[in-house]
Design a protein around this ligand. Structure first.
Ligand code: FES
Length: 164
């Protein structure tokens, strides 16, 4: 009888595992789970991690509004900007000096973040687009100018009317 080294024979269990074909249902399940996990990460990054995003295209002022400048002492000295109350969209009025006022939607034209005035320019906190006080894009994330609305200054009444 020939001597057989027991270590040279593979164990039956290991042999069965090595030759067993992967279960197609299991492989499909793992592939689907990985796809859903990647999708979940992508959705959470887009919706929660980048700040408030409302989407561009919603910068329509529903009606004209007359602003009493005495209600906004922050507009006393040019160049200054304040957020106007009581409008259907976030709206800023800018005192450019010499009786010139600019009304701007604060909705970023890139992906709808709400831009903020830093004392000199508007900056979007979402991806960093920058806009001059007249709404023109000047740097950061490339996009179009902020939406502006016609204004009419009445020096006697000390009001500015913003039209849609
Ligand atoms: S939403 Fe992207 S820069 Fe404003």
């Amino acid at each position: 009888m020939d001597y057989v080294n027991p270590r040279s024979k593979p164990l039956p269990v290991l042999e069965a595992e090595a030759t067993e074909a992967p279960d197609p249902d299991r492989r499909a399940f793992i592939s689907e789970a990985a796809r859903l996990a990647a999708l979940t990460v992508l959705v959470s990054a887009c919706s929660g991690g980048l700040g408030s995003v409302t989407g561009p295209g919603s910068s329509t002022l529903s009606k004209a509004i007359t602003v009493k400048l005495s209600d906004y002492p922050g507009l006393a000295n040019p160049v200054s900007a304040v957020r106007i109350n009581g409008t259907n969209i976030p709206l800023a009025l800018v005192n450019e000096g010499n009786g010139q006022y600019t009304a701007l939607s604060l909705i970023c034209t890139h992906q709808g973040g709400t831009v903020q005035w830093n004392g000199q320019i508007f900056i979007c906190p979402v991806h960093g687009a920058e806009f001059a006080s007249d709404g023109h894009w000047i740097g950061g994330q490339p996009t179009t100018n902020l939406v502006s609305f016609p204004t009419s200054y009445d020096a006697a009444a000390n009001t500015v009317t913003i039209s849609p």
